[in-house]
Write a protein that binds this ligand. Sequence first.
Ligand code: AMP
Ligand code: ZN
Length: 150
Amino acid sequence: MDCLFCGIIAGKIPSKKIYEDAATVAFLDINPANPGHALVVPKKHAENLFDADDESLKAAVIVAKKVATLVKERTGCEGVNVLQNNGKAAGQIVSHVHFHVIPRKQGDTVVISYPRKQTDEKELDAMAATLTKKRSAALDEEILREMGRL
Ligand code: AMP
Ligand code: ZN
């Protein structure tokens, strides 16, 4: 498989690794938004959030917290963004699921911005219905099982 991050995980492509355990690796982003910008990457290949298994994702989020804490302590940043892109439309460039950990300071040059749209209760109700009442039977079953009701 021709995957950049799998190459990094296998040690075939160099990286500035800052954390590694059995399931997850973290290394510095080659084009950082700010110094200390790191990527937290499950070792098991999956293209995105939808394809990745829950165990890999749970492990990666816990590592994202560790890395965010490390970066905050060592760079003296004031805040941290944890970002995760899925699909070209969402800005995903590398097709191996990963979390960005970006140190932030007041007034830095990083722009993470979107216009906040107006809505109303009717629209919000309609969307909530779309996302709940019309969901598939399979998803309903999964949610009920997770809630211990099945
Ligand atoms: P994304 O847009 O979420 O897919 O982000 C991919 C990130 O991977 C970008 O921020 C790139 O700068 C970073 N990147 C690409 N190639 C490498 C590499 N060889 N080592 C470290 N980071 C990389
Ligand atoms: Zn991969």
